[in-house]
Design a protein around this ligand. Sequence first.
Ligand code: ATR
Length: 476
Amino acid sequence: MEIMKYAIEGYRDVEALEYLGIFGNPIKHTLSPIIHNTISRNLNKNMRYIPFQITDNLGDAVKMAHDAGIVGLNITVPYKQQVMEYLVDIDEAAKVIGAVNTLVRCNKGYKGYNTDMYGLAKSLVSEGVKLEGAKVIMLGAGGAARAVAYMCLKYGADRVYIVNRTFENAKNIADDMNAAFDCDKIIPLSASDYYIIPNGRYIMIQCTSVGLHEGDGLPLISDESFFEKAEIGVDLIYNPAKTPFLKLVEENGGKAINGLGMLLHQGVKAYELWNDVEISEKLIKNIYKALCRVSYDNTDNIVLVGYMGCGKSTVGRFLSMACGYDFIDTDEIIEKREGMSTSDIFSNKGEEYFRKLETELLRELKGKLKNTVIATGGGMPVKEENRALLKELGKVFYLKASLDTTYQRVSGGTGRPLLDDLDGNSLYNKIKEMTAIRTPIYTEVADEIIDTNEISEYEVHKVIAASMSSYAKDVE
Ligand code: ATR
């Protein structure tokens, strides 16, 4: 696929049956893969989402994506307007808004939609905020503000003031949207005229880029008395979680809502358009927690260690499905590279060779992973160098199981190299011998030890999720 040349590092070799993606520049820090890859995993779809850094020739890139069979794309800064030139069709709402953030594949090209508008509306609904009959004050009149103004009218706001540094830009949006909805509910104002707005309780929506960068200073309007009008304050920015605007809202008794919910719901809506499915509320909630964790908790990768049969792979898969982590299994990677099973590598090339591959793999992964669960081979931490590398990779959890539990779990025979051809007593004794050696090693490398004897793998993933995040304590 020619389009893969634009994929950012870490995504170029991704193999899947079907692909989704996002075009933007810059694109390295996008959170969208967490949304879409988590949904695909939960729906058991072999479909992966790839960030593409498009620096020029947007039209060619759209064509390349279509030729490559890409099912759907998100479009972000700076291409939401420009991409409209390269589409075979555009949804009516997106036409009025004048921006497209989602492309849905059709026969000869893509059809454009704007799910940002829907995303913000859904995020307000989920916060219990009603737009119908509401009075709204918008700050800002750029591209994002157009979608917000459209949303306000579509969902029945009673009156909308658009306050902007440059009056003309506010007036343009007001004229376009009032015309589209055949009304005069939107009133443009220059920033210095904000005091004209009558007293009352408003939903204030911050649509400028002020607050995105540290040191941005005060929002467009910072007069405390203005914020007394804010029953609800919404900022389209989600990082930082609390912009100066949202702080002013809270200080004056209003409820603050940042842009993370909008990001979530625009993504979910896009996925639904691409795949003609409906995403459950439970999954949406878990993705939201994953987004919070990655955006605000600044946590690390998860490394799972423990004796064979302790549930590393199953727990890892639960974490990746429910909590939006990527998942890798070091044994699987090595098997794939060598083209044979772990047992065959042991018998054909020896344990020493396998251990060497493990160390090489850890060195290679160092510094390259984020938001990933790494399930490790049972013998991985035996080498001291590996232990140091594992600790550098992320937070290490030892899934501890007693000798009896381990025996029960592995006695079904699962092709494990060091236990092949053993049964009954000799298997039990071999496990006893190996756990005696490895238990202190696992204990040494662990940041946290989880006793898995009495709880299921499902419960284990919840304990880990809670330990990793202040937001994910009640992962379903
Ligand atoms: P986006 O597509 O994200 O909305 P944009 O189209 O560049 O971005 O719009 C940016 C908005 O932020 C505009 O309303 C802009 O005001 P102007 O129309 O007067 O340019 C506003 N904005 C950006 N920087 C600002 C600042 N320092 N103070 C006040 N408003 C600002």
